[in-house]
Every structure is written in structure tokens, then in C-alpha cells.
Design a protein around this ligand. Structure first.
Ligand SMILES: *Cc1c(COP(=O)(O)O)cnc(C)c1O
Length: 519
């Protein structure tokens, strides 16, 4: 309703009531006006009504929602299911034009405005989290791995003689596969061991730069956020090398945006040397469904060229999820999530070290990894290395997700390349271990449950005499049956033989344990 409508409504409803209603409406409109005017991340989060009001406004600006619209093209944002239309707040045109992800779509002024505002908000977040000199960024509707591909394809186009990517090894398949998908040849730089920690081998990296020749290297790919015991790469020193040799530097900052330490590393690298682009996941950093990433950089021109490498239009879903989330949290909401995460990191480390010392293990000393924590499993492996794998299965069956159990003895073929010690980021890590991550959104109850279940599982494994050697989940079941014949104390939490439960009853016991923890 506009002001004229309000005046007319005075014929039906007392004017004072209408004035009050108009004032309330104005408060919301003012927030929206400020956002468009300043393009700044609001300090306080918006309520859902204001966000929905704005989304409805935006949707009305797209041609598919025009009264009397006559669409005669092959792509007119026609939506068959009302559920689907509602799921997208009636925005159906996506973002971009055929030639550029950042370009305004003539049929969709609303979607285009949302896209521009989201990218402005995200740039604010990046600067707020510590990369103050970032010149630009954009949300891409592909997850981290594919977004890295997009960056590498752009760099490759600009360096026609470049074939290689120097890659500081990190054992996560997507990190390696993105190089191959981009049609480039990975050159693996194994990290070096410093105490418990795995660090960037700067000497080997420089040797490769010299021997391959700068012009044949498309970029150096480093990683900040990773599983312990790997440290964040020494991105600052790599950036200095990249500047010296004139080679692009791409940083995989998958879940580093949530960590001021990782963001500081990126900022320092850009200040002292060369960083072309850094990529982060939207789901890992902003608690939205998987599907998007943010490509950011220090040269607006390069960021624009990467966005132009994307062919065609793109889904606006990841953009909308990020847009809603940033408005809903505001700076203060995100700030407290970031602070909670830091507390959880300390708490996880403390609680895990209690369990570790109970079983003669210890926390790996990895000061340069601000998110992931490792705990040795050396004494467990002393009895039988298969027990390590079994611990992994036991935790999985107890609905513990996200923990990784690493024997450091596995081999894996990824894209035709053989990796020794797969999972451990290097070919000969001296001890088996497990990892857990204190990532944004983790609650104290998650840590408590994890540590409790880990304690039970370790106790169970340790308690067995003459351990059989199961190698798979099926064998585990056989072993369990044998064990249930023995002492009752061998049973885990949640009643007798909890591993025997189906997935759904296991999650029921998860819910009830969580409830009991909240009490
Ligand atoms: C999650 C992650 C990836 C893969 O990201 P997707 O979003 O699944 O493509 C790559 N590298 C690192 C370090 C990650 O944490």
C-alpha cells in the first residue's frame, strides 16, 4: 500500500490506527532503502517479515510475475509446481546473461538487484573477517571444487603456455581433482614434517618453479583450511615466491572464511606477495545448503574475467540462501557464531585431550591449524592396525559424522595419480590418528556427545582380549554377536548392543541423548 492508499483507508478505519500501521511499515522500508543506498551488511539482523517483504518486492520486479506478462521465449521462468515457486520466492530467472554471470538480466530486474546486493554484502563479510583489501568477489552457484576449476580455466586462458599447477598436497579428493578437471597437470609438493605438524615445503616449491619455468606454470594452489595434522599452507611465503617468479597464486580457503586466523593469512599473503584469487564455500561458512562458493580477489579485473568465464546463466538459489542468511544474522549474529566457534575449538581440544590421556594417547600439536584437531591412535594401533579402521566404523555406527580415522598406511589412486599414505597428506606420517573439526555452528552438546561416544568405543576396543580382526562392517556384525555372548559391560551407550540398531533407531537414541544433555 502506498501513502495514497493509506489516506483512502481512513474512510474505513480510524486515522490513528492507520498512522501507527504506516509507521511500522516505514521502519521496514527504511531498512530496505538503507541496504540499497549503502550496500552494507546491516549490524543487526532483520526479522523474517522484513526479508520476505523485500523478496516479494524483488520477485514483482521480474517479468514472469508482471501482471499481463506475455512470455513467448523458450526461457520465461515458468514454474509448474506452486511448491517450487514458493521455494524460490517466485524468482525464476536465475542470475547473469549468457555472456557474464555478473551482468544484469533484462527480464529480471529483481533477481539482478538481489545478485548485486548479495555480492556487495559478501565483500563486506570478507573485509569484516580480515581480508580488508579484497577488491571484489561474487557468489558462484557451484561448490568449492568447481569454483576452483573456473578460476584455473581463467588463469589458463591468460597463460597459453602454462600446463602445470604446483599443488601443496592436501588429502581431499576435490582439491586434487579440480586441477585435472581444469585440464592441467598437477605437480604434487609433499609437505614437510615439523614436530607433529605438516607444513608447506617452500624449498621444493621453489625448485619446481625454477625447473619447470614460470611460463609453464598456470598457478600455485595452496590451502588454508584443512584437516590436522596439516597446517594452513605458508601462503605468505608462497605469495612472495609467486610475486618473484611472476606466477599466479590461487588459495583454496574452503572453510577459512569463518576463521579470522585463516583470513589474516590471506590478507598478509596479498600484502607481501601475490594472491590472484581465493575461494570459499558458502555452506561451510554461512550455514546454507551445499551448492555455492565465493570467488574473491585483489584485482577487480581478474575477478570480473573469472565471472565472464562462466558460460550462460546460473542458478540464483545459492545467492538467495546467502542473501537471506546474511540479512537474517546481521554482523552481530555472525560475529557471535564466529566467537562461539573459537570457544568450541578450545573446548574440543580440552575434552579430547582428557580422553586421549585416559587411553595413553595425545593431541597432535598443530598450532597452525585453527579449526581441525588430531588425536593419536598409536597405542590402539600397537595391538592391531585393523582396530583403527574398526574405530572408524564404530563411530560411524554411533552416528558420529565428520570425524576421520587415518591409518596413514592407505594408498589411493586419484585421477591416475598414486598417493602413498592417503588421508594423512603425506606419504609417511609416523602415527595413526583421528581428526575432528570445530567448525561454525558446532555446539557444546556435539562435542560432549562425540567425546562420550569416542570414550565408549575406545573402551570397548581396549577391553577386548585376543581381538579378532574385522575388516568390514559385515565382519563387525559377526564380532558383535560374539561379543554380546561375553560381559555386559562391553555394550555401548543407548542400551544393549546399540550398533545392532537400525539407522533410524540410532538417530532416535542420538536425539534422546541430546535431550538428556540439554537438561
Ligand atoms: C570442502 C572442501 C573442498 C571441496 O569443496 P566442494 O564444496 O565440495 O566442492 C575442497 N577443498 C577443501 C579444503 C575443502 O574443505
Amino acid at each position: 500500500m502506498n501513502s495514497h492508499s493509506f489516506t483512502l483507508a481512513e474512510r474505513l478505519i480510524p486515522a490513528t490506527y492507520l498512522q501507527q500501521a504506516a509507521a511500522a511499515k516505514k521502519t521496514r522500508e527504511c531498512l530496505i532503502r538503507q541496504l540499497i543506498e549503502q550496500r552494507k551488511w546491516p549490524e543487526e539482523g532483520w526479522d523474517d517479515s522484513t526479508i520476505e517483504l523485500f523478496l516479494a518486492d524483488l520477485a514483482q520486479m521480474d517479468s514472469n510475475n508482471f501482471p499481463g506478462n506475455c512470455g513467448i521465449g523458450e526461457r520465461e521462468a515458468r514454474i509448474a509446481s506452486a511448491l517450487v515457486a514458493r521455494r524460490h520466492y517466485r524468482l525464476g530467472h536465475g542470475i547473469g546473461r549468457s555472456g557474464d554471470l555478473a551482468e544484469v538480466q533484462p527480464k529480471a530486474a529483481g533477481s539482478s538487484l538481489m545478485n548485486k546486493l548479495t555480492n556487495a554484502l559478501v565483500l563486506d563479510v570478507i573485509r569484516y573477517m580480515g581480508v580488508k583489501t579484497s577488491a571484489g568477489c561474487f557468489v558462484v552457484p557451484t561448490a568449492t571444487g568447481m569454483s576452483l576449476v573456473l578460476c584455473m580455466l581463467t588463469l589458463k586462458q591468460e597463460r597459453p603456455d602454462a600446463k602445470h599447477v604446483l599443488w601443496s598436497r592436501i588429502d581431499q579428493k576435490a582439491c586434487f581433482k579440480c586441477i585435472i578437471t581444469a585440464g592441467l597437470q598437477p605437480v604434487v609438493i609433499e609437505p614437510c614434517l615439523a614436530g607433529d605438524e605438516l607444513r608447506t615445503d617452500l624449498v621444493a616449491l621453489e625448485q619446481q618453479l625454477v625447473s619447470l619455468g614460470a611460463e609453464s606454470v598456470a598457478c600455485v594452489l595452496t590451502t588454508t583450511s584443512c584437516f590436522a595434522p596439516r597446517a594452513s599452507d605458508s601462503v605468505e611465503q608462497v605469495a612472495v615466491l609467486c610475486a618473484r617468479y611472476g606466477v599466479p597464486h590461487l588459495i583454496n580457503n574452503a572453510y577459512g572464511l569463518q576463521s579470522s586466523r585463516c583470513m589474516h593469512l590471506v590478507q598478509e599473503a596479498a600484502r607481501k606477495g601475490r594472491v590472484d584469487a581465493f575461494v570459499q564455500s558458502t555452506d561451510k561458512n554461512f550455514l546454507v545448503p551445499v551448492g555455492g562458493a565465493i570467488i574473491a580477489g585483489f584485482d577487480k579485473g581478474l575477478v570480473d574475467r573469472i565471472s565472464r568465464t562462466y558460460p550462460g546463466r546460473a542458478s540464483s538459489s545459492p545467492t538467495m540462501d546467502v542473501f537471506i542468511t546474511l540479512l537474517s544474522l546481521g554482523v552481530s549474529g555472525y560475529k557471535s557464531l564466529v566467537a562461539q566457534r573459537k570457544e568450541m575449538y578450545t573446548y574440543l581440544k580440552e575434552e579430547l585431550s582428557k580422553v586421549a590421556s585416559k587411553y595413553g594417547e595425545r593431541i597432535l600439536d598443530t598450532k597452525n591449524n585453527p579449526i581441525s584437531v588430531g588425536m593419536t591412535l598409536g597405542s590402539l594401533a600397537g595391538a592391531d592396525t585393523k582396530l583403527i579402521t574398526m574405530l572408524g566404523s564404530m563411530l560411524f555406527l554411533r552416528c558420529v559424522s565428520g570425524t576421520r580415522v587415518v591409518t596413514a598406511l592407505d594408498h589411493k589412486d586419484v585421477g591416475g595419480h598414486k598417493f602413498e599414505g592417503w588421508g594423512a597428506h603425506c606419504s609417511c606420517y609416523p602415527v595413526p590418528y583421528l581428526t575432528a573439526a570445530a567448525a561454525i555452528g558446532m555446539r557444546k552438546a556435539d562435542v560432549d556427545l562425540f567425546v562420550h561416544r569416542l570414550d565408549k568405543a575406545l573402551g570397548k576396543l581396549r577391553g577386548r582380549s585376543a581381538p579378532p580382526t574385522p575388516t568390514s562392517v559385515e565382519e563387525l556384525a559377526v564380532m558383535r554377536r560374539a561379543m554380546r555372548g561375553g560381559s555386559g559391560t562391553l555394550n555401548g551407550e543407548g542400551g544393549s548392543g546399540s550398533e545392532q540398531h537400525s539407522q533410524s533407531s540410532a538417530s532416535t537414541s542420538l536425539a534422546s541423548s541430546k535431550d538428556s544433555l540439554r537438561k
